[in-house]
Design a protein. Sequence first.
Length: 211
Amino acid sequence: MKKHKTSKAWMHEHVTDPYVQRAKAEGWRSRAAFKLIEIDDKDRLLRPGMTVVDLGAAPGGWSQVAVERVGGGGRVLALDLLDMAPVAGVEFIQGDFREDAVLAGLTLRLGGRPVDLVICDMAPNISGIAVTDQARSMHLAELALEFAGQHLKPGGNFLVKTFQGEGFDAFRKAMAAAFDKVAVRKPKSSRDRSSEVYLLGLGCRPRSAEG
């Protein structure tokens, strides 16, 4: 009964959420689009002609923002475990980001072209067990950082969703070792009660010869 009440309360909050209503009115696939819009308006991450990789892209809100802002001369590659309805101008790959074969397919699609920006709004399937969920979300963030380190051009940028908790400080340090500057962003459209924050790595450092 309690679970039913909780899901009912969530549904009420969701349908009355001003960002959900705005997303519907403006044609964005999810309220998450406003998170990227706000961060990009502040940090100027997306520019015409860029190559962008969107990890954990479904349902496509971030890809919509990215493709609109990089324009016709840009390129947006999106990847997700779930299927995603086509977004005009976005190249979509369906597969599990944790599998080497899927990553290899994404690398092949890039064709050696360096990436200007990697964005990642991935979150694991929530089990309800806080310790497990935190560990899974940090693991996804680590994989995204690894991908960014391998594919970003020197000076490229990386935006990733994380959750404050176990492993957050260590992950932030790992980002600080890979980028010239690391900033924390909490967009207005991110719910206050959520421990969700976005870490932004600016200025990817060139990899060492061993890397």
